[in-house]
Design a protein around this ligand. Structure first.
Ligand code: NAP
Length: 411
C-alpha cells in the first residue's frame, strides 16, 4: 500500500531548491514538504519565509515528518542529521556522496536497526539511475565492470581544455556556469569521483572500501603536452572512475585516461556523465545523462522519495556473501608519464617501456609500471600521469591462473 509522505528538507541550495520545484510539479506522488531547515538567516529566498527554519529539531523532533531529505553541502553536519533522523525512525534520502562513502556501513546498520530506508540515488551520476539498477536489475547477473565519467565538473573542464583553453580558463568558465564550486578541490583532485566509485563498488560487488584505498589522481597536474599527445593520436583525455573485476578481486582507480574514439566516453562532453555496466548475461550497457544540476539531481531525489511510498529499501544482497577483495599489490598498469624535467622520466621504473620522447622542453615515456611504482609516481608533483584504458596486467600465480581460467570461460 502507498505510504503518505511528509518531508522535512535540509538545505535549499541547488538540489534542495530543485526538489521543491520538481515535487511541486509532479502530480504523481503523494508527498508534501512540511519544513525546510537552512543555515544562513540573512539569505534572500525564492519562496516565503514561513517555509524555513534554522532549527534542525523542528524536523528531527516532529513526529508527523516521516521522511528527511538531506541536501546540504556540509558532510560532517549531514552525518549527524542523517544519524539522528534514522534513529528517530524517519526514512532518509541523501545526495551526499562524501558522507555516504565515509560512513556507509554504519548508516546501513542504523537504518536497519530502526527499520527505515536510507536511499541515495542522487549521490552518483546525478540524474542517471545507476544505484537502484545495480541493486535490482543486475541483482542476479555477474558483474565484471562498472566504470565511466561520474564527475561533471572535470568533464566540462577537460572538454574545454581539449578545445584549446588552458586549465585556468576552463575552470573559470565552469565556475561561472555553476558547474564548479568556488573551492573546486573535491572535484578537480578526483575525490568526488572516488566517493562515488566507493558507492558503486558497494552496490556492484558488495564490497565496502575506504575512499583512501582507491588510487586517485585528479586533473590539476596535466600539462599541455598531454593534450597534444592525445590530439595527435585521436584520443581524448577523460577522468575515468573504474571498478573492474580481475578474478576474485576488484581493480579500482580514479585517474585521467586516454580514451580512443570507440570508447563509450569519447563523445561524452561538458557536464554530462556516462556509466558502463558490464555483466555476464546482459553484456555491456550504457547510462548517460546529466551528472549534476538542480532539476536533474532533484529528479533522482524525487525518484527515491517516490520509492519510499512503497517502503523500498536497498537490500545489499551482494554484501551478504561477498567473495571479492580490492586488487592490491601484484598488478601492472599502462601509463604515460610526462615532465618538464628529463631526469624525472629517466627515473621511472617501467617493467615494460614502450615509447620514449625527449624533446627540447618536454619529456615523456609510455609503458607498464607495477603498483609500487604507480604509487610513487602518483605522489610526485613534478610528473603528469595519464593512464591507458587497458586491463591491469596481473602478476600471475598458479592459483590466479586457475581462477582467471574459470572466469574467462564465462566471459
Ligand atoms: N549541485 C549538484 O548538482 C549536486 C549533484 C549531486 C549531488 N549533490 C550533493 O547534494 C548536496 C547539496 O548540494 P547543493 O549543490 O545543493 O549545495 P548548495 O547549493 O551549496 O546548497 C547547500 C544548502 O545547504 C544548506 N546548509 C549547509 N549547512 C547546513 C546545515 N548545517 N544545516 C542546514 N542547512 C545547511 C545551505 O543553507 P543556506 O541556504 O542557508 O546557505 C544551502 O541551502 C551535496 O551533498 C552535494 O554533494 C549536488
Amino acid at each position: 500500500m502507498k505510504q503518505k509522505l511528509t518531508i522535512g528538507v535540509f538545505g535549499f541550495g541547488c538540489v534542495g531548491g530543485g526538489l521543491y520545484d520538481v515535487l511541486n510539479k509532479s502530480e504523481l506522488i503523494d508527498a508534501r514538504i512540511k519544513r525546510i531547515v537552512v543555515k544562513n538567516k540573512h539569505k534572500i529566498r525564492s519562496i516565503g519565509a514561513e517555509n524555513f527554519s534554522y532549527n534542525p529539531d523542528e524536523i528531527l523532533n516532529d513526529p508527523t515528518i516521516n521522511v528527511v531529505a538531506e541536501l546540504i553541502d556540509d558532510s560532517d553536519a549531514a552525518y549527524h542529521i542523517v544519524k539522528r533522523a534514522l534513529n528517530a525512525g524517519k526514512h532518509v534520502v541523501s545526495a551526499n556522496k562524501k558522507l555516504i562513502a565515509e560512513h556507509l556501513d554504519e548508516l546501513i546498520a542504523v537504518a536497519k536497526a530502526n527499520n527505515v530506508s536510507f536511499l541515495y540515488e542522487a549521490a552518483v551520476g546525478g540524474s542517471i539511475p545507476i544505484i537502484r539498477n545495480l541493486e535490482e536489475y543486475y541483482n542476479n547477473d555477474w558483474l565484471s565492470a562498472v566504470n565511466g565519467i561520474i564527475n561533471g565538473t572535470t568533464n566540462y573542464i577537460l572538454t574545454r581544455t581539449d578545445e584549446g583553453e588552458t586549465y585556468e580558463e576552463a575552470l573559470k568558465s565552469a565556475q561561472k556556469l555553476g558547474f564548479a564550486e568556488a573551492d573546486p578541490t573535491l572535484d578537480v583532485e578526483g575525490f568526488d569521483s572516488t566517493y562515488k566509485l566507493v558507492i558503486l563498488i558497494k552496490h556492484a560487488f558488495g564490497l565496502t572500501i575506504d575512499p583512501e584505498q582507491i588510487a586517485t589522481i585528479g586533473i590539476t597536474n596535466l600539462n599541455p603536452g598531454i593534450f597534444s599527445y592525445a590530439r595527435e593520436r585521436g584520443f581524448r583525455v577523460k577522468l575515468l572512475a573504474r571498478a573492474e573485476r580481475v578474478a576474485d578481486q576488484v581493480f579500482a582507480v580514479v585517474a585521467p585516461h586516454f580514451v580512443e574514439n570507440n570508447n563509450f566516453t569519447y563523445g561524452v562532453l561538458n557536464e554530462f556523465n556516462a556509466v558502463s555496466v558490464k555483466a555476464l548475461f546482459s553484456d555491456q550497457q550504457l547510462f548517460q545523462g546529466k551528472g549534476a544540476g538542480s532539476h536533474p539531481t532533484a529528479s533522482a531525489v524525487l525518484s527515491d522519495i517516490s520509492a519510499l511510498q512503497f517502503d523500498y529499501q536497498y537490500e545489499y544482497r551482494k554484501s551478504d556473501n561477498v567473495s571479492f577483495s580490492l586488487l592490491d599489490g601484484d598488478y601492472q598498469i599502462r601509463v604515460l608519464v610526462s615532465s618538464e624535467d628529463s631526469e624525472q622520466i629517466l627515473n621511472v621504473n617501467f617493467t615494460d617501456e614502450e615509447e620514449r620522447y625527449f624533446g627540447k622542453s618536454s619529456f615523456y615515456a609510455v609503458g607498464w609500471v607495477d603498483e609500487i611504482e604507480f604509487k610513487r609516481l602518483r605522489y610526485n608533483e613534478n610528473l603528469s600521469l595519464v593512464l591507458f584504458n587497458d586491463h591491469p596486467r596481473i602478476n600471475e600465480t598458479p592459483e590466479l591462473e586457475f581462477k582467471k581460467d574459470k572466469i574467462e570461460n564465462y566471459e
